[in-house]
Design a protein around this ligand. Structure first.
Ligand SMILES: O=C(O)CCC(=O)C(=O)O
Length: 282
């Protein structure tokens, strides 16, 4: 079973997030951006807007959002489908969740233009056990609840805004103070992760994170694909007992990522990202 490198394990365990530079090839990045550009009229508004009492997170408008990319007309559905069980994502998922993991939520893309508002920081601290968002380490292995793979389709320079995290907070024990949550106090602990187009950031949903207002002239284009371990499901999307017909067009490995949560006889994605194994239990 392919796994993360020791260096990546160290950094992800330490910080609760991991920056993976140059994850996408130029061709993959080009296909994703072309698909997006061909479907700009499908953009909706983020339904998740929340800036609380903050005076620093509001903007002039909400974040834009795309969803449903897996069923966009051909060929624009394919680049998103190709990421569901991407060969390069598999070592990360195997290490973080153990073998057997699945898509949680339908993937969506955050699109922000200059002045777009932020989102209050959120996540889960250890002061109460949240079975869907957690971090644990035992017997030489880490295990997480839901994690996010965030693919950057455009550059995010330092200070542009967008995804922010509090490194190490997946292990935090005390309640999260309101003024830090709202990005008003101790702003030095909040890190806006700079990336180049084609980079990817993995973060644990337990890691305190949110969105900083977008300040750059170029748009933010961040694709979020969430994965949970095989026994867990946080939010609806592909947790259906009967999968829609278009799922038959996917590879066995891609289909396995859309299975509902269960363990017994579960198809497990092979390292090539195409095939599956079917052990009775692993
Ligand atoms: O990447 C971001 O802006 C954070 C997204 C997020 O936390 C959310 O939409 O719940």
């Amino acid at each position: 079973m392919v796994e993360m490198t020791d260096r990546e394990k160290f950094l992800f365990d330490l910080h609760g997030y991991l920056h993976v530079p140059r994850f996408l090839t130029d061709d993959e990045l080009g296909a994703l951006n072309a698909a997006l550009e061909g479907n700009m009229d499908r953009m909706g508004e983020d339904g998740n807007s929340a800036t609380g009492e903050s005076t620093t997170l509001p903007g002039t408008h909400r974040r834009g959002m795309f969803s449903g990319m897996l069923t966009w007309p051909e060929p624009h559905n394919q680049p998103w489908r190709d990421l569901l069980a991407h060969r390069k994502a598999i070592p990360y998922l195997n290490t973080i969740h153990g073998r057997g993991w699945k898509i949680d939520h339908a993937p969506f893309l955050l699109y922000s233009t200059k002045g777009a508002e932020g989102l209050i920081l959120h996540g889960s601290t250890q002061r109460h056990f949240d079975g869907s968002q957690y971090y644990a380490y035992a017997n030489g292995q880490m295990r997480c609840g839901m994690v996010v793979f965030q693919y950057q389709l455009g550059d995010v320079n330092e200070g542009d805004g967008g995804l922010c995290v509090i490194p190490g907070s997946h292990k935090a024990n005390y309640p999260f103070p309101r003024d830090i949550r709202e990005w008003e106090a101790d702003r030095g602990v909040v890190y806006n992760v700079p990336c180049k187009a084609g980079d990817m950031v993995i973060f644990n949903e337990a890691t305190l994170h949110g969105t900083l207002p977008w300040t750059a002239d170029h748009p933010r284009k961040s694709l979020l694909i969430r994965y949970s371990p095989k026994y867990l499901h946080f939010a609806g999307g592909f947790y259906k007992t009967e999968l829609p017909e278009w799922v038959a067009e996917l590879t066995e490995a891609q289909q396995a990522t859309l299975e509902p949560p269960y363990i017994y006889n579960r198809p497990l994605v092979e390292d090539d990202g195409v095939g599956v194994a079917r052990p009775r239990r692993e």
